[in-house]
Structures are given as structure tokens and as C-alpha cells.
Write a new protein. Structure first.
Length: 640
């Protein structure tokens, strides 16, 4: 059985060896004509340090690197069969130049009266004051100026040339390292392929995964295909656990497992008898108060846990949760229209690295926009010869497009291998799901019964797996719903008898500002956005206001808090009730009384507002709970 599993992995990713009859140019030396920035052409001795499928990369001892297409090798490169002699001659030349410069500096020093010259300026008992004794005042001044010039100009310039010459000689002496550098790059490529193979085996064998059965029941039939849902979902948005506390987090995963097993929830999230959906705990990071460095560290670890990705698997009535260290991204697999390696593509390069891939059609559109910008700008400059280019109204059209930075994804480009590596990495990224699915088919009971498919075979894949492109099928007509406009519409009918939400948030923001002012001189100061003082219940989450000021469009809320200190002059002890209040503008409130049950669906169901939904959930779902009888008018939760 183990042999069959390894054979399956070999079909998923195969490393093809290079043909034996292809002679390697690695380590050979050639002459290359190089044109400098000033237009001067010079011959450079270069060594082949890397070989691609359609190019060789050469590098000179001065660390300049070039790529030459295999079709142009004979035209651009001339072989040098006796490179060692050339390198030895260059080393000798550099040594001779350095020696000549040293003699020149020595002669200047001796001419100025430095008896030992530059090779030994001072010795035992020599204070460095041996001067030829000039006679006459003018001669002394002239000698002094010559010494100053030698110190500040002549000798430093010569020493600078000597340093550059020795650096050049060092580069020629290290020429043999170029071959070793090429061999090291080849070794790294082999190591990378081995690592990819090990990773594929780990995925297939489930080394980095853990499967938990959330609920039992009957399995779906053997002929039922496994549907892979493309779009990643977020647990806090789907179930809205603890919406009043900013949504669920990783520690609530068991509660989510119980929630998703309810038939109504299961059928919405996992709508097919056999299907897989990718889920993350949260989309946005949850705000957590930190009172110390330890709190900040703990909150960081909790936030990292909230980013974990899970695969929820349904098989009939059974639901499984697969935990893995892999982040599959926003989409479990790519769109058919956005990633098709068979379509002609262009790569935007940043130096020798691939910045991004686009289709040829997108490239032509960007090019046309840039050309149109140039045409319109030329017309504008002719009509406004005195104006500054920054005033050109067309200068922002097609900005960022530079035609010379694009390379075609075909063998005519010397960057073909680099682009192919990016494409292969994308394919490998999406193929991880196929490897995991094949591993689950072969070694796990989560999809049983099934007909032992081999997903690398096209006919088996079509028979056993179906891709559901739900991420690209969420287009919604019309404008996206505007929460603030909806809130303003409800708040237009605010009265003193209205039930509101929002006062508690305004109070916690106010208390956070006070607490930050108090903490700012502390050594372990960590600012907070929301704060709830000890012994202070606040104005309540959902309740009737105590007074309404229509002219100012603001509401007054009163409550009692516990005293946190004793004041014997006022007759107050620790824990005694103390009056508290807050005035909240209408723009921070939400009129629960005017809310109609079910209105939350317009924001929850629209995919364009789903990412922002959790910040509105306390208002919308709080109003839904109040109308459903789950919250009293004084802000306390009633028993279900």
C-alpha cells in the first residue's frame, strides 16, 4: 500500500532529469561586448554561472551579470579557451599599476624631505620631523604649501588609486569563485525540489493535519461527487457568536462546531451531500485591551490563532473539521477566467524578478491607455506651452505602465524560466488541495464510501470532484447598502420614549480616553480603544434614554456605579452607589424602536458589505434580539 501511495505522489509532481547528451556550458569563459551607459562598447571576460532552458547567465569578475538567449550565443559570445592566462595577466597588470603608484607616492614624499618615503615614514627613534632645510622665508612658505598639498590632495588621490587597483586585482584573483557560485545555485535548486517533494508527501500523508468529527450520522452514497467550494468563509461572520463582544475567536471553535452541525446551518454552509469549504476564524483582527507587555504578547498569540485556516468537510449527515497549517488564500482554487496557464501572458519585471503576471489582452489595454495619454499630453503641451507638466490633466492616465518592464511568457524571453517558476508555484499552490483530497480518499474515512478515484487522471477527477465557483458568482445588482444612511433614516424618528443602542459604545470610548490619559506616563503604557472601569456597568447596551434634547439632537443616560474609594467627608464608602451619566449625540445612536425585524439581512446577505458587517452587528442584531424579546428595555438579557 505504501508503494502505491508514493506512486500517487510521483504522479502529482515529477522531477525530470536533464538529458545526458546536453553538454553543459557551466564554468566556461567567454568574451562579451558590453555597452556602457555612455555608449562606449567594451569587451568583458565573463563566466557562465547559470543555465536555463533557453538562456545562459554570464557574470564578469566585476559582478556585472547578463543573460544571453541560446539563439544568440554565437553572435554575442566568443569563447576564451585560455582564460587562466588572461586572468593571470590581469592580476599582473593590477600588481604593476599598484607598484607604479606606490613608487610615485614614495618619490613625492622623498622630494618633500620625508627621508624614509611612504614605505617607511617613521622608525625607531624617528619623530617624523626629518625635513630638508629650506633657506629663506619664501622658500619655507613654498615648502609648507607643498607639504599641505601633498597631505590633502596629491597623496590621498594616489592612495585612492592604489586602493582601487588592489580591489580590482582582488576581483581577478577571486575569478574562480564564479564557477563555485554557479554550482551552489544548482545545488540550491536541487534542494528546493527535494523540499517540494517532501512537502507533497507530507500533504498526502496528512503529517501536518488533524481531523475532528464534529457530528455523526449517515454517509452519502459512493457515487456522490465531492464539491469543493471556492470562496473562503469566516466563522465570526457566519455564526455571529459573541457579536456584542466583537465576534468569536479561536477559543470558541468547539461552539462553532456545534453550531455548524445544526441541519439549518450545515445545509447553508455545506450545501452538498459531499463537499469541502475553507474557513478562517476571523476576517478582521479583534481589538483586545493590553494592560502590560504580557497581555500584549498573549493577545498577539491569540490573534495569530484567529488566522488559522480550517477545511470543513461534509459527508451526508456527518461533518468533519480538518486543521492544517496551510493558508489556502481567499480562494481554494483559482477562477477559470483569471488564471489559465494556457493563455498568452506577460510578466511585469522588477529587475530580474517577476513582479506580477497579466494576460496579453490586459497588457495591450494598458499599452493603449499609455499611448492615448501620451497623445493627449502632447496636444495639451502644444496648447499650453508655458504651463508646468504637473498641471497636465492627462498625466495620471495609464500611470505606472512601463513597456520596457514587460516580458512575454514564451521561450523568446530570457526570463522565461523565472516566469515559468511563478506559474508553477501558483499551480503547486492550488494543487495542494488536490494532494490533500487524494490523501483523504486513500487513507481517511471522511469521504467513504467512494470508488478509489485518482484525481491526477482527468476522467477520475471529473467523476469524483466538482469545482463550485461560488466566489465569482456573487455579483449583486444595484448599489451596496449604506448602513449610515439606514441609521440616519431610523434616527429621524427618535423621541424620549425610543429604545436605543450605541450609548454603551460611546461611554466605553469616553472611558478609554480617560484611561489613556491616566496611563500615558506609565512605563508599560499600552493605549486602549474601549475601556470598562471596575464597578461601573455603564449606561446599558439596549435601553430607553432618560431624556431627549431634540434641539441638540442628543440623549441623556443615567445609571449608578460603585465607588472605587472612600470619602468620609461626603459619607461615602467603597462600593457605595454613585450617580453617573453621559450625553450621546444622535449620530452615535441606533433607534431600535424604528427597526423592523429582518432588516439586518440586507447587510448580511450582500457580499459587498459582508467584510464590514461585524462592526454593525451589535446594532442590527441587538435590535433583532430586542424585538424578539431577548433583551429588556433596561438593557438586561432575558432568559430564552
Amino acid at each position: 500500500m505504501a508503494g502505491k501511495r508514493l506512486a500517487a505522489i510521483d504522479r502529482v509532481e515529477r522531477i525530470d532529469p536533464a538529458p545526458d547528451d546536453d553538454p553543459s556550458r557551466l564554468g566556461t569563459w567567454w568574451w562579451l561586448d558590453v555597452t556602457d551607459w555612455d555608449g562606449q562598447t567594451d569587451k568583458r571576460l565573463v563566466c557562465v554561472v547559470a543555465e536555463g532552458s533557453n538562456y545562459v547567465e554570464v557574470e564578469s569578475v566585476y559582478r556585472g551579470a547578463w543573460r544571453v538567449h541560446v539563439d544568440n550565443i554565437e553572435a554575442e559570445l566568443t569563447p576564451e579557451p585560455n582564460a587562466k592566462a588572461v586572468i593571470a595577466a590581469e592580476i599582473a597588470r593590477c600588481h604593476g599599476e599598484a607598484e607604479a603608484l606606490m613608487k610615485e607616492a614614495d618619490a613625492i614624499a622623498r622630494r618633500l624631505g620625508i627621508a624614509e618615503g611612504v614605505r617607511r615614514i617613521s622608525g625607531p627613534g624617528d619623530t617624523g620631523t626629518a625635513l630638508a632645510a629650506p633657506t629663506g622665508r619664501d622658500a619655507v612658505k613654498k615648502h609648507e604649501r607643498a607639504l599641505v598639498k601633498a597631505k590633502d590632495e596629491t597623496l590621498p588621490e594616489i592612495f585612492k588609486k592604489i586602493t582601487a587597483t588592489y580591489e580590482e586585482m582582488g576581483k581577478w584573483m577571486a575569478a574562480d569563485l564564479l564557477l563555485l557560485q554557479g554550482q551552489l545555485g544548482t545545488a540550491r535548486e536541487v534542494v528546493a525540489k527535494i523540499e517540494n517533494r517532501i512537502h507533497a508527501i507530507e500533504l498526502y500523508a496528512g503529517v501536518t493535519e488533524e481531523v475532528v468529527e464534529c457530528c455523526g450520522g449517515d454517509n452519502a452514497g459512493a457515487g456522490e461527487r465531492v464539491r469543493l467550494l471556492q470562496r473562503r468563509l469566516y466563522m465570526d461572520e457566519e455564526c455571529l457568536l459573541d457579536y456584542r463582544a466583537g465576534g468569536m475567536e479561536f477559543k470558541d471553535i468547539d461552539r462553532f462546531d456545534a453550531w455548524i452541525c445544526r441541519p439549518k446551518n450545515r445545509d447553508r454552509i455545506l450545501p452538498f451531500p459531499k463537499c469541502v469549504v475553507s474557513m478562517r476564524v476571523r476576517r478582521m483582527e479583534k481589538e483586545r485591551a493590553s494592560r502590560s507587555m504580557l497581555d500584549a504578547f498573549i493577545n498577539f498569540r491569540i490573534a495569530e490563532s484567529d488566522k488559522l485556516t480550517f477545511l470543513y468537510i461534509r459527508n451526508g449527515d456527518r461533518v468533519f473539521r480538518l486543521s492544517t497549517s496551510i493558508d489556502f488564500g481567499e480562494k481554494l482554487f483559482p477562477d477559470q477566467a483569471t488564471f489559465d496557464p494556457q493563455r498568452p501572458m506577460m510578466a511585469q519585471m522588477f529587475g530580474n524578478s517577476v513582479d506580477k503576471l497579466i494576460t496579453v489582452a490586459e497588457y495591450e489595454q494598458l499599452k493603449a491607455e499609455a499611448e492615448e495619454r501620451d497623445r493627449l499630453s502632447a496636444e495639451w503641451r502644444r496648447a499650453n506651452p508655458e504651463a508646468h507638466s504637473f498641471d497636465d490633466p492627462h498625466r495620471e492616465i495609464g500611470i505606472g505602465f512601463h513597456e520596457h518592464r514587460y516580458q512575454p511568457f514564451n521561450p523568446s524571453s530570457v526570463y522565461y524560466d523565472d516566469i515559468a517558476d511563478i506559474v508553477a508555484a501558483k499551480i503547486a499552490q492550488y494543487n495542494r488541495v488536490a494532494v490533500i483530497i487524494q490523501g483523504l480518499f486513500d487513507r481517511s474515512p471522511v469521504f467513504r464510501p467512494h470508488n478509489m478515484p485518482k484525481v491526477w487522471r482527468p476522467d477520475d477527477f471529473l467523476r469524483a470532484v466538482e469545482l463550485i465557483y461560488d466566489a465569482s458568482a456573487v455579483l449583486t445588482a444595484g448599489e451596496s447598502p449604506d448602513f449610515e444612511a439606514y441609521r440616519a433614516e431610523l434616527n429621524a424618528s427618535l423621541t424620549a420614549a425610543s429604545v436605543t443602542i450605541g450609548q454603551e459604545m460611546a461611554w466605553m470610548l469616553r472611558e478609554a480616553k480617560k484611561e489613556n490619559s491616566r496611563r500615558q506616563f506609565s512605563r508599560h503604557y499600552h493605549p486602549v480603544r474601549l475601556y470598562r472601569p471596575n464597578g461601573d456597568p455603564g449606561p446599558g447596551f439596549c435601553r430607553v434614554m432618560d431624556a431627549w434634547r431634540p434641539s441638540r439632537r442628543e440623549a441623556l443616560f443615567r445609571w449608578k456605579r460603585q465607588a472605587q474609594s472612600s470619602n468620609w467627608e461626603r459619607g461615602r464608602r467603597y462600593g457605595d452607589p454613585v450617580p453617573a451619566s453621559i450625553v450621546v449625540p444622535a449620530t452615535s445612536l441606533f433607534n431600535v424602536s424604528a427597526y423592523k425585524p429582518g432588516d439586518f439581512c440586507r447587510f448580511y446577505a450582500d457580499p459587498r458589505t459582508r467584510p464590514d458587517y461585524l462592526q454593525w452587528a451589535p446594532f442590527l442584531l441587538g435590535a433583532e434580539d430586542w424585538h424578539g424579546g431577548k433583551t429588556s428595555k433596561r438593557g438586561t438579557d432575558d432568559e430564552d
